[in-house]
Design a protein around this ligand. Structure first.
Ligand SMILES: NC(=O)C1=CN([C@@H]2O[C@H](COP(=O)(O)OP(=O)(O)OC[C@H]3O[C@@H](n4cnc5c(N)ncnc54)[C@H](O)[C@@H]3O)[C@@H](O)[C@H]2O)[C@@H](O)CC1
Ligand SMILES: Nc1ncnc2c1ncn2[C@@H]1O[C@H](COP(=O)(O)OP(=O)(O)O)[C@@H](O)[C@H]1O
Ligand SMILES: [Mg+2]
Length: 281
């Protein structure tokens, strides 16, 4: 295995985009988050809130009908479109072409949702982040990966990674298989963990931020929102992935002295995103 490149503050400062003083929401990117099902609407709330707080101009969330009021009340800044179905997604139609889409947190693996994901992938042209149940569905239908745009970002945790690439017998085999997967499907693999690695074809990047406080429900859902928000702002996929994991980890490093490991939650990631951005400039 090649030595990984480190994702450090110095590295991310090379491609961090400055904010244009005369920008407006229409220039800051419109992101869509497709997430949630009955009992897991929280995943949609966390992903869309973190997406907005990554600097994106407009965020629309697509949820089953059961998520409508929850979203509208918990995040008034986010626009909501609902599926025709009540408890899970069955038909994903967007009345806009967004600059980026994040799909998967909390959507479940119902047959109707699987069909909806396939139809969505057939027509979608926007840059994409695939997470959670979108990955679980794709793992059973690997040929669908031929439908995704080049450099689509996949964000598996170790179990999701195993579902995608199969079991491994050693760390080096895990990397070999992930590299082969990234090359075969022309996708960026964010191998979440402690630490998180990003695989782009044969290149390996190792994140230098983050700590065990991130081992909490919804932590990955917020990462999906952050990376999608950065993609929508025009970051190239490789930079959106690197900056996203760096900022996500940084929130935990900044918050830890105040929250301790125990009381840090996914909402704390969102709360500290501003401080993470500020610590870069
Ligand atoms: N508030 C919410 O609505 C939440 C919704 N969630 C959604 O719930 C669905 C199920 O996701 P889960 O990830 O819980 O279920 P999975 O079945 O995909 O993953 C859980 C399994 O993965 C293993 N695993 C996870 N991280 C690991 C690590 N770092 N090292 C080794 N093993 C690891 C666990 O031990 C467990 O066996 C997803 O759609 C997800 O987005 C979760 O994100 C939790 C919060
Ligand atoms: N011990 C740890 N140290 C650093 N980061 C961690 C640790 N445990 C989990 N994380 C991070 O937290 C996130 C967990 O994602 P995931 O398992 O998808 O959560 P969820 O599905 O509940 O939202 C990943 O970004 C992972 O890298
Ligand atoms: Mg997850």
């Amino acid at each position: 295995m090649k030595d990984p490149f480190l994702i450090t503050k110095e590295e991310v400062l090379k491609f961090l985009q400055p904010v244009n003083p005369i920008t407006h929401k229409g220039l800051q990117g419109h992101a869509v988050i497709i997430a949630g099902s009955y009992g897991k609407v929280g995943a949609a709330v966390l992903a869309s809130k973190s997406c907005l707080k990554s600097g994106c101009g407009l965020v629309t969330v697509f949820v089953p009908k059961c998520g409508y009021q929850i979203l509208q009340i918990s995040i008034p800044e986010v626009m909501v479109i609902t599926d025709e179905n009540t408890n899970f997604l069955t038909s994903i139609h967007l009345p806009l072409v967004p600059q980026a889409i994040g799909i998967g947190p909390g959507i479940g693996v119902e047959l109707g949702t699987q069909k909806a994901l396939f139809e969505f992938l057939r027509v979608n042209k926007s840059p994409l982040v695939l997470d959670a149940d979108a990955l679980n569905i794709m793992a059973e239908n690997l040929t669908w990966l031929e439908l995704v745009p080049e450099n689509t970002i996949l964000t598996p945790h170790p179990k999701e990674l195993e579902r995608l690439i199969g079991k491994w017998n050693s760390e080096s085999e895990k990397f070999q298989k992930t590299i082969a997967f990234s090359e075969k499907y022309k996708v960026i693999m964010v191998m979440k963990g402690a630490p998180t690695y990003i695989i782009i074809k044969t290149e390996i990047y190792e994140n230098t931020t983050g700590n065990a406080a991130l081992a909490t429900a919804g932590s990955g859902d917020t990462l999906t929102g952050i990376i999608t928000g950065l993609l929508a702002q025009g970051y190239e996929p490789k930079y959106a992935a690197k900056l996203g994991v760096f900022l996500h980890g940084l929130t935990a490093d900044i918050a830890l002295p105040k929250t301790g490991y125990e009381s840090f939650t996914a909402s704390t990631i969102i709360k500290y995103l501003g401080k993470a951005f500020l610590s870069l400039v």
